[in-house]
Ligand binder design. Structure first.
Ligand code: SAM
Ligand code: SF4
Length: 329
């Protein structure tokens, strides 16, 4: 098991497949100038599958989520998913994506064994989308979402980040749209993980703001705390159900005590937390001939050192060197 000194057990693995992306969301990446990981430093498809196999067969991982950067940009994605979904015991598999290109690949991903997708969409307005992501791809995301739903990659979840002055008035519209299309919407508080280190605590839209905005149009009823388990989202039923909405309040209501995550970057580093400042190299071990047992041992040691919390509440909090796109969000 991947247990830490606080008794938490990691069963959920986030695998970043690339640090590259075809969007430039303002809260994530600068317009230009971000340096990409060098090709030889990236794990190959075989190396990724081997590390996932070690995690699933030796370390108790039951859930594998592929992310990035934009994971749909990885040419070998379908095959990686297929090989990971074929592991015994079979892990649950999901993908976090901006949805561009999903129209083309949704059916193949489903056939490969992918269970679900989370698609990120912050706005229903094409002009705001262009400002927020610096690209004109709004319709591609909507098409990708529809294709995922049709392919049965359900429940399709939609992740939205609200940015002041841009889309902070859109929470109720986004929820009405999600309910209409059968998507499960989750708002994510903006976190200090942008490459340009521009995050400001007093400039962010908080869970309290989001809920107040939603309540201007909907009746929200909090779900039982027990039902939440280790899920980062707090959830509310909408107008008596069955539709739900979630808020991931990593900044104002951190959920570190129930965290069950371990992370693998595209260049083969284990991270115990999104906000960790330390990483543990698995790629080096892998490439110097370590056995599965040795790799599992290194991973266990890394997780044993997981800190109690993200440190966001500490005035001395220092943003990690790597941005969200390189860690794998
Ligand atoms: N490119 C894919 C996407 O956008 O879904 C996967 C990677 S992205 C880093 C994963 C999630 O992180 C997205 O839902 C995105 O909105 C979110 N994200 C990125 N930067 C963030 C930040 N600074 N604060 C909160 N969420 C962020
Ligand atoms: Fe790309 Fe996702 Fe970051 Fe947006 S949030 S720039 S889609 S990695």
């Amino acid at each position: 098991m991947l247990i830490d000194t606080y008794g938490r057990v990691a069963t959920d693995l986030r695998v970043s497949l690339t640090d590259r992306c075809n969007l430039r969301c303002t809260y994530c990446m600068p317009e230009e100038g971000l340096r990409w990981l060098a090709k030889p430093d990236l794990l190959s498809d075989e190396e990724i599958v081997r590390l996932v196999r070690v995690a699933v067969t030796r370390l108790g991982i039951t859930e594998v989520r592929f992310t990035g950067g934009e994971p749909l940009l990885r040419p070998g994605l379908v095959s990686v998913v297929e090989r990971c979904a074929a592991l015994e015991p079979r892990p649950r598999t999901s993908l976090t994506t901006n949805g561009i290109g999903l129209k083309r690949t949704a059916a193949a991903l489903k056939a490969a064994g992918l269970d679900r997708v989370n698609v990120s969409l912050d706005t229903l307005r094409p002009d705001v989308f262009r400002t927020l992501t610096r690209r004109d791809r709004h319709q591609d995301v909507l098409d990708g979402l529809a294709a995922a739903h049709e392919a049965g990659l359900t429940p399709v979840k939609v992740n939205s980040v609200l940015m002041p002055g841009l889309n902070d008035d859109e929470a109720p519209d986004l929820l009405a749209w999600a309910v209409e299309h059968g998507y499960e919407l989750r708002f994510i508080e903006q976190m200090p993980l942008d490459a340009q280190h521009g995050w400001k605590r007093d400039g962010m839209i908080t869970a309290v703001d989001i809920l107040a905005s939603l309540r201007t149009r909907f009746t929200l009823t909090a779900e039982d705390e027990d039902a939440r388990g280790s899920a980062p989202a707090e959830r509310w039923s909408v107008d008596g159900g069955p539709h739900r909405v979630g808020v991931i309040a990593s900044v104002t209501r951190p959920f570190c005590r129930a965290c069950d995550r371990t992370r693998l970057t595209a260049d083969g580093q284990v991270r115990t937390c999104l906000f960790a400042r330390e990483e543990t190299d698995l790629r080096g071990a892998l490439r110097s001939g370590a056995s599965d047992e040795e790799i599992a041992g290194i991973w266990k040691t890394a997780m044993w050192g997981k800190k109690a919390g993200s440190g966001l509440d500490d005035p001395a909090f220092l943003q990690p060197d790597r941005p969200m796109s390189a860690i794998g969000g």
